[in-house]
Ligand binder design. Structure first.
Ligand SMILES: Nc1ncnc2c1ncn2[C@@H]1O[C@H](COP(=O)(O)OP(=O)(O)OP(=O)(O)O)[C@@H](O)[C@H]1O
Length: 256
């Protein structure tokens, strides 16, 4: 594991010398201001290669969730650039950004954001209903011509691999424990093998045994899919699971 504060930015994807495998994530000179009178949050330059896993930590208020929101395209940067899979997301209009997120990014939120009226299985299938790209990745990787059956089978396999037994697949999220809800959220993020998973403190409600087991399962499955992971937590005990780590510094106006 290396502690990374900044790495080299690779050439523009549009140029003739662009590498065949683009980094999952490139950030350059990024700043964001929640309110016009508030000083800007500034973020280190980062390059994360495809399939690598990055642990993003820092004190409360250092901007971890803000950065994840910028990467997910939920907010737009004031300055600087974010490239995901070689594409500058600031150049996309809001609907193209939503489409890009649905096709290429799995998100695990702090509160999991499972749809309460859908079963665990239906929650996991959801990304394939929102994205033909993720749907096609599953149907092209199977021998059956029945896409719906292939998607259901994949969702069940993922849930089972994440230790959600079959008898719980038809339960609604409120009928599951916090740890089970979290693993359903992880299965949903992994569905259709997105190139990047963004996870915001999904282990904060777990004891240390369940936390370590969850980390192992999530990162093993991401590795199988060659999915990059950016994982936010304030807990340094998780750092050893990752290829790289970055610590965000608390803004001086918060520490004074
Ligand atoms: N919606 C918002 N409106 C205004 N300011 C905000 C908003 N969200 C966050 N901030 C401010 O931006 C800064 C960074 O917040 P952020 O939530 O990104 O930090 P964090 O590192 O994720 O913190 P924590 O570990 O406590 O979750 C903080 O000073 C916070 O008060």
């Amino acid at each position: 594991m290396t502690k990374t504060t900044a790495t080299m930015i690779t050439p523009d994807s549009d140029s003739a010398s662009a590498p065949l495998i683009l980094p999952s994530l490139q950030i350059r000179e990024l700043t964001f201001r929640w309110q016009s009178r508030q000083p800007a949050l500034t973020f280190p330059d980062i390059t994360l290669d495809a399939g690598n896993h990055l642990f993003l930590r820092g004190a409360s208020g250092s901007g971890k969730s803000t950065l994840l929101g910028l990467l997910a395209g939920l907010n737009s940067a004031d300055n600087g650039e974010i490239r995901l899979l070689g594409k500058s997301i600031g150049a996309l209009d809001p609907s193209a950004r939503d489409r890009f997120r649905a096709d290429h990014i799995g998100v695990i939120f702090q509160q999991f954001n499972l749809v309460p009226y859908l079963t665990a299985l239906a929650n996991v299938i959801l990304p394939c209903q929102l994205s033909p790209v993720r749907r096609d990745r599953i149907s092209s990787g199977t021998r059956t011509s029945d896409t719906r059956a292939a998607i259901h089978a994949k969702a069940k396999t993922l849930l089972t691999a994440l230790s959600i037994p079959r008898e719980l697949h038809s339960r609604k999220p409120t009928q599951l424990s916090i740890g089970q809800q979290q693993r359903v959220a992880a299965a949903r993020a992994l569905m259709g093998a997105p190139e990047l998973i963004l996870a915001d403190e999904p282990t904060s409600a777990l004891d240390s045994n369940n936390r370590d087991r969850f980390m192992q399962l999530l990162l093993e499955m991401a590795q199988q899919n060659k999915t990059s992971v950016v994982f936010v937590s304030h807990d340094p005990a998780l750092a050893h699971h990752f290829h790289h780590q970055i610590e965000l510094e608390q803004p001086s106006w918060l520490s004074s």
